[in-house]
Design a protein around this ligand. Structure first.
Ligand code: HEM
Ligand SMILES: *[C@@H]1O[C@H](CO)[C@@H](O)[C@H](O)[C@H]1NC(C)=O
Ligand SMILES: *[C@@H]1O[C@H](CO)[C@@H](O)[C@H](O)[C@H]1NC(C)=O
Ligand SMILES: *[C@@H]1O[C@H](CO)[C@@H](O)[C@H](O)[C@H]1NC(C)=O
Ligand SMILES: *[C@@H]1O[C@H](CO)[C@@H](O)[C@H](O)[C@H]1NC(C)=O
Ligand SMILES: *[C@@H]1O[C@H](CO)[C@@H](O)[C@H](O)[C@H]1NC(C)=O
Ligand SMILES: *[C@@H]1O[C@H](CO)[C@@H](O)[C@H](O)[C@H]1NC(C)=O
Length: 359
């Protein structure tokens, strides 16, 4: 990946800290002295997984989004529901389960950095690095990831339901939901461009192809009829029950390439979700869409900038939160020598925080 290194150098020059704002206390090169191999080790795990299944790239990009929009980028999306608990964790909420995938690849990346530098690299940062690696492996522009996030200790299904916008969202809803996270309407349009790679399950869009309200053919008028018939072939009625694991690519023009074809498809009524088509229903949003149709370079650069910005939402830093040892489980209240041995880890003591209210 020497070309990736080159891209990183280029973007480092283009994206200055000032350009993306100095709000959160995160730093590029945060692990340079404490774990200098962290980013390389993580990249190797993502690259190996990507060679086997390129779907790991979109999966990590979406993972970062769903982490950041719920309690901030604090790794809370990775925490498993505690067995026997009556409250489920974020990852078991409908917007995440079963669609979030490759948690096992995150575990492998975390294990690699724990083996090299125990108790140093947060799960939230691992996800941020993996998302960037997914962008680069799919052909997007590389960027340097400000790091130093700490991990939260709370993960609640209801938070995911309350903060992750559904695919039926209108333009006004989407703008409001992103503004609530300090992201602009333009950030929302450019980040939706992540739908240039990856897949969707049928139940995210079957309402657009069967029984859409106020139509005679049941098809959302903002969706291409030809595409609707193709989708009906993939997703029969009630497919959420009969074929719950069926998926389809979101960008049918170039499904695995991180390019601007998502926007080209969008302007040809090939956006898969109502939330995609919604980007054409508002003049300002549509102007942004059209600018990305015209210039792939503009999209690539603005996407990288917006990912850096999204990666700063509600972060914990300094002594807040903890460095979770196993991304699926919050640390025991005291990380004792015994507990560390159980994990085959020797922890440099984690902070003794109570539950954090990140927001
Ligand atoms: C604007 C509001 C958004 C809505 C309503 C939305 C909705 C969705 C839905 C419904 C899916 C398919 C899930 C499934 O059924 O399997 C999906 C997939 C995906 N989304 Fe979004 N999304 C939004 C924004 C974003 C953002 C900001 C990003 C990242 C920057 C993103 C990245 C992805 C990726 C990469 C996938 C494919 C995941 C995979 O292949 O595993 N989305 N999105
Ligand atoms: C390769 O990808 C397939 C499909 O995602 C998965 O089932 C399998 O575990 C992967 N193998 C490795 C070695 O990652
Ligand atoms: C998105 O914004 C709309 C409009 O303010 C609001 O009704 C909705 O609850 C928000 N949804 C999420 C998931 O943030
Ligand atoms: C699944 O299909 C049933 C029957 O058509 C429907 O009532 C339900 O709302 C669907 N669920 C989702 C998540 O689309
Ligand atoms: C369908 O028509 C009704 C009555 O005119 C209206 O209230 C509703 O918003 C329409 N639904 C859609 C999805 O256009
Ligand atoms: C948004 O910015 C305001 C002002 O800088 C800050 O107080 C707030 O915590 C930020 N919200 C998020 C979700 O990052
Ligand atoms: C945590 O530390 C305190 C004080 O060192 C000790 O009394 C307590 O037993 C420890 N709890 C656990 C679960 O190890």
């Amino acid at each position: 990946m020497s070309s990736a290194a080159m891209k990183l150098a280029v973007v480092a020059a283009l994206i200055s800290a000032a350009a993306v704002g100095a709000r959160a206390c995160l730093d590029v090169g945060f692990y340079d002295t404490t774990c200098p191999t962290a980013e390389t080790l993580i990249q190797q795990v993502v690259a190996a997984a990507f060679r086997n299944d390129s779907g790991v790239a979109p999966a990590m990009i979406r993972m970062h989004f769903h982490d950041c929009f719920v309690r901030g980028c604090d790794g809370s999306v990775l925490i498993d529901t505690v067995p026997g608990s009556t409250t489920r964790a974020e990852k078991d909420a409908a917007p995440n389960n079963p669609s979030l995938r490759f948690f096992d690849v995150i575990d492998r990346a975390k294990s690699a950095v724990e083996a090299a530098c125990p108790g140093v690299v947060s799960c939230a940062d691992v996800v941020a690095f993996m998302a960037r690696d997914g962008v680069v492996l799919s052909g997007g522009l590389g960027y340097q990831v400000p790091a130093g996030r700490r991990d939260g200790r709370t993960s609640l299904e209801d938070d995911a339901l309350n903060f992750l916008p559904p695919p039926t969202s209108t333009a006004a809803d989407l703008v409001a939901n992103f503004t609530a996270k300090n992201l602009t309407a333009e950030d929302m349009v450019v980040l939706s461009g992540a739908h240039t790679i990856g897949v969707s399950h049928c139940d995210s869009f079957t309402n657009r192809i069967y029984n859409f309200p106020n139509t005679t053919d049941g098809i959302d008028p903002s969706l291409s009829k030809a595409y609707a018939f193709l989708l009906k072939g993939i997703c029969p009625p009630n497919s959420n029950q009969t074929f719950p694991t069926t998926t389809t690519f979101m960008d049918i023009l170039t499904p695995t390439k991180f390019d601007n074809r998502y926007y080209v498809g969008l302007t040809n009524n090939l956006g898969l979700f109502q939330s995609d088509a919604a980007l054409l229903t508002d003049a300002a949003l549509k102007a942004t869409v059209n600018s990305f149709v015209r210039s792939e370079a503009t999209f690539r650069l603005k996407f990288a900038r917006a990912m850096i910005k999204m990666g700063q939402i509600g972060v914990l830093s300094g002594t807040q939160g903890e460095i979770r040892l196993n991304c699926r489980v919050v640390n025991p209240v005291n990380v004792t020598a015994t507990a560390a041995d159980d994990h085959h880890l020797t922890s440099s003591s984690s902070s003794s925080s109570d539950e954090v209210a990140a927001s």
